[in-house]
Design a protein around this ligand. Structure first.
Ligand SMILES: [Ca+2]
Ligand SMILES: [Ca+2]
Length: 163
């Protein structure tokens, strides 16, 4: 008797946790949830950094910002699964050379995951950042005018402010 009561209580607790998880990770169709954010790995929207950011903005988000090692690993693992091309992230040093800033929040990148030898500002004209297919999806600086697919991020709570 006590045992079945305990089991019933446990079931209620589990269903609460499950409901909480589902609500906490509610993303639009085609978007992928991780912690407090939804991510879009766009297809057929290869464009410049500025246009890629504009594309994400139209969906109520920004180019992705990976503030933590965990978030960065989630993105890289996802790309390893997709096995597709280079993609923009929302990191740039267009304002001050060498000062890498997350476009979405205008904050300095404290955590970084550069590919060895990067950023190298090749040709003095690489102020935006991609996750390189040939670089194990680590960070590589590239010309902002090059064309790549965006990775967009909507941080939970951001949708209403933008919309
Ligand atoms: Ca983020
Ligand atoms: Ca580079």
């Amino acid at each position: 008797m006590a045992n079945s009561k305990a089991r019933a209580v446990l079931q209620v607790v589990i269903s609460f946790i499950y409901t909480g998880l589902v609500i906490g990770t509610d993303c639009k169709d085609g978007w992928t949830a991780y912690h407090n954010s939804c991510y879009l790995f766009a297809r057929n929207h290869a464009s410049t950094f500025t246009e890629a950011e504009h594309y994400c903005g139209q969906h109520g988000g920004h180019l992705v910002s990976m503030e933590t090692k965990a978030e960065n690993m989630f993105i890289r693992d996802y790309l390893h699964g997709l096995k597709d091309e280079d993609r923009w992230i929302g990191l740039t040093d267009e304002m001050i050379e060498g000062a890498w800033v997350w476009y979405s929040s205008n904050t300095d990148a404290t955590y970084t995951d550069w590919f060895p030898g990067q950023p190298n500002s090749h040709g003095g004209n690489e102020d935006c950042v991609i996750l390189g297919y040939h670089n194990d999806y680590k960070w590589v600086d590239a010309p902002c005018t090059s064309s790549y697919e965006p990775i967009c991020e909507i941080v939970s709570g951001e949708v209403d402010i933008v919309g």
